[in-house]
Ligand binder design. Sequence first.
Ligand SMILES: [Zn+2]
Length: 1003
Amino acid sequence: MSAPRLPKEIEALRQYRPLLLAMEAIGWFHMAGKARLEFLRGQGGEKSDYKEREWHKQETPPFAWDDLLGWANSLFPSHLPQTARPKSFAEFTEKHHGNDPGLLGLLQAAHGVVSGAEKNLPGSGNYLKQLIPHIWLSSPWGYPKRNLLADPPEILSPQGWKRLVDEIRRVLEDLKTLGTQGAGDVDPWLAWRESAIGKDSFIRRAFLSTLAETRLPNNDVTLWDQSYVAAALFKSAVARALLDPSFDPEKRFKSTTQWYLLTVALGTDHYEARAIKISDWTGMQGAVEAFFREVSGLVEVDLAAGSLLYKDGAVAVFSFLGELDQPSPGTRKDQPSPATPKWITGLLGWITDQIENLAKAQKLEYPPFVGLSGPTRSLVPMVREWRRAKEAVSIPIHRRWDIPEPESSPSQGHVCPICRLRPNGDPTDKGKPCPVCLKRRHRRLDEWLRGHLDNNTIWFEEVADQNGRLALLTLSLDLEGWLNGERVDSLRTQAIPEWVRFNPLLDGQPNPIDPQKAYESLTDYIGKRLNAYNQSDPVLSNLQEGFRHERSWPFFFKKIVEDRAQAPSWDDLNDDQRAAWIAHQLFRKLPSPGRVYRFWREAEDFFHELLGKFRQLVARSSNPWRVQRLVLELEANGISRTDLELYNGRWRGKPLSLLHLPNSKSFLTTSNLARLLRPEEAEKALKDERIELWMEDSQARFSAKVVAVRRPEGAYARLGVYHPVIPLELSPLRFRLLVPLEAASECVDLAVSLWQERFSRVWDRLPLRVGVVGFPRSVAFQGVIEGARNLEEALQGGEERWTVKDVFPEKGFVALLLQREDGRLIQRVVPTLLPDGREDVFYPYVAVEDPKVRHPRDFRHPEGQVYRHVADLRLGDSIRVAPARALTLFMESTAERFEVPSPRYLEEWSRMREVWALLQRVAPSQAALQRLRSEMARLEADWSNPEGRLAASSELWRATLKALIAEALEVRGGFLEALVEAALEGTLQWAMDWHMTALKEGA
Ligand SMILES: [Zn+2]
């Protein structure tokens, strides 16, 4: 392979790196003035002198933008003359709302796409303001998270603001130092960016805790989301301008700039499937993370042509350069853009080579995918790019790929059992991994030894419960439809009748829209005006600020519809369809780039919060030894001591595992000590005891005497206590972790209740899916992970039609009685009030089967789907639901990984837990429960026909079950009826199977 030629654009980007990073920093900070109490109070109705765009002037001494950034002026190329730049860097803060030519216009373009889209209501939306007692930060799914003035975050205190200003100054001073030194090395720039906005940086935390836009319902996108995404797009647009000698400094680009999305992906599923031990997978993840870190470094800092906009375990998406000029309206967005200039394709080729080199540096066995989208003004096409990437990497070797060889690669031996590619160098041992895989296996161990894993463990034996059992939990939120904008169709930026109510007069004339038939009246109104474009139309110019400035319907349509949704283009539609799209988009909550970014961040935060709570749950025990480790010193003779070798052992008939600590006579325990020691026992119980030991991968046994016992100390002091949990994957799309089986049910209970609380307004469109694989320690990891994958597949499932059987409107919520497809009735409670007491007309809409718009708040998607507010539902309405589901599987051996039962509804999980609690209360003995369980199993088998269905009539079946339960448990009355019901729906059997087999629990 010949070395790829370095395109001149790459050289240029590197040369402009200081400038591009300075521009990105301007993007981060251009709205900093909003991170202040005075701003929120002003938004909340208090007249104040505070001007957030001029905060720098109000500092004493004034914040010196030009002193801090002036050095960058000398770096601009000649085609960006002084006239293309603002007179002062302060203008980026002061004028980010405007529409100017030159560089300022590029910031305005980025800002407009990210946040301007949120506030396109010219005054008519004033009723959507939140007032001082109720300035809420909400989740993107309507859950009120924090009252910012009643319970202010640190940033809103005077000290918080001062610290923020100091921090911004510090970041810009460090940048100046780097920029004026002309540092060519990438590392200091990487370190600078990380210290400015990395995961733990003050600026990120501060911006995340407050809002840029306080008006309803746009109080979900934090100041961080808007600032960061705007900065990413600004930086990419500037990169384009710097590379483009024909850049016209007189031109305004605010409404024409578009961006490319650069997608990089790895086929991580293949690695997961080949992992033999858990450390093979976690070690591989380390390599995958390192790869993505390097790719980020390349795109965000080395070339500084874009920033990360999305990331999960296998895919990363970056903003990347831009197109500054106006595409003609009606350009099809769903086709690969023929307009991608040749030099950008060339650039992509070079970057692809670099990314492949980064993959080879990590010795990755499969090639990465690198793709570039067509130019876009939203992140909505991101999911399409994501799918394209996932599809490509589903084939392991989807492009030419030479397996990178390690430096000193053995040429003989068996093929490595993990990668199945490289020889392991040992003709006598089939099970031995190759040097690359062995190194990966040890990677996690090294990190753990150095105390880098946040007190989480890496050892199955430590997670295992009293019975030596574990559970792999897998949780996911069905997020795709939110990231690609589809499900956002159900959310409103305001309700049409509300808008009419608060805007009775438009330009002095009565509002012509009939609030009783709001949707039809509005589409009809728009349809009648499509034959001529009247900039001063009272309805349209009241609904959309840009309407007054637009030239023609196709241009307006492009910005309001095509840029913000996966909609057909103007030319492919008739007037009715055009009117329907415009009416829909004007009242729909927008999947703006800041919001799309918030969607996946919020999902990831939800899993992080769960992890924090799970860590506490799994560590709970009446025996303090549950979470502690000891260091044992063994007598010298009889035992071969290899550093970091793992030994299995036995003491008091219970399993014990030990890790040989490097350069010492000591061993660290790596198994659950609560199985060995009683709570009241001291560590000296082990002293002078004999332990039977054998090495993990060999048969030879030793017996050794413990000569000393102590707590871990020195370099290992941090390993003294642990949380018995192994997080395997935490990404926006999936959360997998290992917990003790005895704690798994409580973890699921907690996840269910937290999901119900946070997602109650979108329960039908954002389902939680929970899988639990229980297994004894002896089952191989490969089998467990395959079982989990089968569970995850079974849990995905399409939508269902549920029927409304009753509606109980209460103060603050609506309780729905719904009939599922299986005929069972369930209740759902949906909040309908905002915390300030107003009705929530933004979130709780459901998709109904009814094709007719009937109620004033009903609306129809242009492609036909009607949405209805939950409070307007009536008996007999049929609604579309993506059900939340749960599934459990207990594996005694890997053979059971395919025996995945059908998934159950999530509410059945909670029912099953209640039934178990009831059983525990009423069952006279464990033996009685055992009897009931086997009798029921026998009965079901006897009464089933060959197809597995019950042959008896339902009356007879009920009567038989009732007699059986009454006899076995000696229960009567209400308890008996409840248990019979549970038996009929199968939750009684599930409760007994899960708790008695899997958990070894008794009544
Ligand atoms: Zn290997």
